[in-house]
Structures are given as C-alpha cells and as structure tokens.
Write a protein that binds this ligand. Structure first.
Ligand code: ARG
Length: 459
C-alpha cells in the first residue's frame, strides 16, 4: 500500500519550491501573530538547512513519508524538534501541493520561453545568413514554387513566436497563489493570503478556496501548449530528416547529431531529429492522460490529482531536451545552396508565373492555367523546362506570349515577383525579419523581467 500510495519517487523535484513556499508561509504566520517570532526563527533556520542539503543532493527521501511535503516536515522535526510541527498551522497538503506546482510550472514556463527564444534566435540568424538561397517550396510534397530558404525558416520562427506568446499568456493564470485555501474551505486562523502571494511574486490569489485546491487547468494548458510546441518541433525535425536524405541532399547535419549504422558502413542516420519527431507521442499522451484523469472528478481534492505530476514532469524533461538540441542542429547544419537551387529550377516551379503572364495580357486565369498545362506536358515529352522553349514554340500555344516572357521565368525573377505582404520576395522577407528581431528583443525583456521571481537559481 505504501509503495502504491507514495509520490516521493517523482515529487521530490518539488523539494526546493516546497521549502520556498514553507518559508513564505511561516513568515506570514509570524507576521500575523499566529506563531511567535522565536518559533518562526527556529523553523526558518531548520528549513534553510534542509534547503542547503537539497541543493547539495544530500537528502534521503523515504516512501514511509509518502510525499515531498511529509518528507520535508519529518526532516524539519528531526532537525529542530516538535516546534517543526507548527509549520503546518493553517495549511493543508492540498493547498501546499497546489502552491508547489504553481511555483514549479511558473519557473518552467519561463525556462521554456527562454529555450524557445534561443531557438528563435538561431532561426533568425540562419534566415539572414541564407537570405539569397533559393529552394523549391512544396505542396503535397511536390515542387510547387521556388522560395527563399530564409522564408521557409521564418515560417518556423513564426510558429515558435506563437508558442512563446502562448506560454507568456498562460503565465498569468499560473501566477496565482492557492495557499491559504486549507484543505477545502479556508482556515480559522487570521492568515494574510495577499501577503504570502506578494512575497512569492504572485500576481494575485485564487478567489475561491475550493477552486484553489482542485484546479488543474493550468496544467492542462501547459500540456496543450507543450503539445503544440512538439508539433512544431516535429515538423521541423521531419524536414531536416527529408532534406538530409540523399534524395534531397539539401542539408548536411553535423556528425555530432547523427550516428552510423552498426551494419551498413555508408549510413549517417539523423537520430536526433528522429527522436525529436518520435518524442511528440509521449507529450500528446500526457495531455490526454490528464484530461482523462480530471474528467468527471468531483470537487475538491481527490487522490487522483496526484496523477497530475509524472506526465507534466516528463513533458518538461522531454521538451527541454528537444529544444536544447534543435537549436545547435540548426546552427551547425550545412546548407547545400547549389543543390537547392538546382532542384528549384526543375519541376516547372515557374508554371504559375507563365500563367500569371498570360493573365496580365488579358487571358482569364482558368484558360491561362490550361494553356500552361499543355505547355508543361509538351516540355515533359521533350525533356526540357518552360524557359527552354523557343518563342515560336511558345506562340504555338498562345499568341499572347512575347519575347519578354523569358525575363519572367528564371528562379530569381519568380521569387522576386512575389512581393505581396508576407511573400517570398527579398524586400518582404527582410521586412518580416526585422519585425521578428523586434519581437525577439521584446521577449528577451519579458524574460529578464520575470526571472527575479521565478528562478531559484539565476540563469
Ligand atoms: N502527494 C499528494 C499529491 O501529490 C499531496 C496532496 C495530498 N493530500 C491529501 N489530502 N492526501 O497530490
């Protein structure tokens, strides 16, 4: 029963925030005259000693004391005697565990924003370095239209911006203090919830004690955001896997992130992007797991809620690992610009431009589409590109085509013609890039602004 019931095997990661919360709680008990200043001093000193031990990794936790809260309380009474038992005045493990998880998720939210921000920075750097590299853009994984590599990379920068914004927005719901809710209904002691909340750097307190001890929405939100981030990482990983295959040969990943095959000497396998892609499964699983645990759970605390932790902790470990690797993979990959360019020039990626050319000369788009379709078939039979057709060959398909068509069909011209907002022409990409740099700086400011409350150690 002890083994099945205990959570210490996984909730020991909460040790530091648990002590941080207890230090604020006991200070409040002293300030409100619930404990004497001598009692407060003894408890504070005991907690500080335990905190030092935790940081040095010298604590031995046991399942006999079930969870992190009881383990630390036991260490405290061992250290300072029965006065340690006064720490839990006006508090329940129900509001205590809720507090710990809020403190922990708050810290991890900032850390994740920081890691995504780093990855975002690498994408911006690569995009400005590769501004003139052109590769085929794909729809249905068929060559569609040529685009700048920077444009392609900045699409991911946009996704990661939304992810950071989602985390930053969720922060205000995480940054609420549940302490003082007691077991369910509040406490008979004259506590000061606002004071504790402020001391711990929270923006406010839960306004309903029953909600405070049973709310796990912030964890669902965290897991949802994490799942979306994993979708983005996984799509990027998939492209790196495709691009580094011999068939594409667009990029070469650094050896540090690849392995050889135990049997085939010629192989260089993109293990790390594959693992990033593969690990999305467990994160989605944790989201569904917690949704299922919470569904139809009556108010308020039920032991089912102890099941909120492992999935969340594993999500943090997984996501942190993926982000820490994706940034250097992108930073060190070699771009095969020549091969990208060559591929962009094949496959009739300029067909839409020829159709647009005919439209400019008065042909309805549907007809233009059909004319170019026939020309493409002709070229496939002849084994050449549209720009290789002679003028009279072109005019056999449409008399509207003139000599000036050739200036429209080159890769560069095709890319540069897409000057609409958010398009792939250089001026558009450069303007998006500079907006993204501004966003990068703004998020940097947010990170440095919140660190003082959230980090038990400085970054
Ligand atoms: N280990 C428990 C958890 O993670 C702490 C709260 C226990 N509360 C209780 N009433 N048994 O949920």
């Amino acid at each position: 029963m002890e083994e099945f019931n205990a959570s210490i095997a996984f909730d020991q990661v909460l040790a530091e925030v648990d002590i941080q919360g207890s230090l604020a709680h006991v200070a409040m008990l002293g300030k409100c005259g619930i404990l004497s200043s001598d009692e407060v001093a003894q408890i504070e000193q005991g907690l500080e000693q335990i905190l030092a031990k935790v940081r040095e990794g010298r604590c031995v936790f046991t399942i006999e004391h079930e969870d992190i809260h009881m383990n630390i309380e036991k260490m405290l009474t061992d250290e300072i005697g029965p006065v340690g038992g006064k720490l839990h005045t006006g508090r329940s493990r129900n509001d205590q565990v809720a507090l710990d998880m809020h403190l922990y998720i708050r810290m991890q939210t900032v850390e994740l924003v920081r890691l995504i921000h780093e990855l975002h920075g690498v994408l911006l750097k690569q995009a400005s370095q590769q501004i003139d590299v052109i590769l085929p853009g794909y729809t249905h994984l068929q060559r569609a239209q040529p685009v700048r590599l920077s444009h392609h990379l900045l699409a991911y920068a946009s996704m990661f911006e939304r992810d950071m914004e989602r985390l930053i927005d969720s922060y205000k719901r995480v940054n609420l203090c549940p302490l003082g809710a007691g077991a369910i209904a509040g406490t008979t002691f004259p506590i000061d919830r606002e004071w504790v909340a402020e001391r711990l750097g929270f923006d406010g307190i839960y306004d309903n004690s029953m909600d405070a001890v049973s709310d796990r929405d912030y964890l669902l939100e965290f897991l949802s955001i994490a799942s979306i981030i994993m979708v983005h990482l996984s799509r990027l990983a998939e492209e790196l896997i495709l691009w580094s295959s011999d068939e594409f040969n667009f990029v070469e990943l650094d050896d540090a992130f690849c392995t050889g095959s135990s049997m085939m000497p010629q192989k260089k396998n993109p293990d790390i992007p594959e693992l990033i892609r593969g690990k999305s499964g467990r994160v989605f699983g944790h989201l569904i797991g917690l949704l299922t645990t919470l569904k139809a759970l009556p108010l308020t605390y039920n032991k089912d809620l102890q099941e909120d932790k492992e999935g969340v902790f594993d999500t943090i470990t997984t996501l942190t690992g993926c982000l820490k690797l994706m940034a250097p993979i992108l930073e060190t990959m070699k771009v095969n610009a020549q091969r990208m360019r060559q591929s962009a020039e094949q496959g009739f990626a300029n067909a839409t431009d020829l159709a647009d050319y005919l439209v400019e000369r008065g042909l309805p788009f549907r007809q233009a589409h059909e004319v170019v379709g026939r020309m493409v078939l002709h070229c496939i039979r002849e084994g050449k590109g549209l720009a290789d057709c002679t003028l009279s060959e072109c005019q056999a398909f449409s008399p509207l085509i003139g000599e000036d068509v050739y200036a429209r069909l080159g890769c560069e011209q095709v890319v540069e013609a897409r000057r609409s907002a958010g398009g792939t022409a250089k001026e558009q990409v450069l303007s998006t890039l500079s907006q993204k740099k501004e966003k990068y700086d703004k998020i940097n400011q947010w990170i440095s602004g919140v660190w003082k409350f959230t980090a038990s150690k400085t970054p």
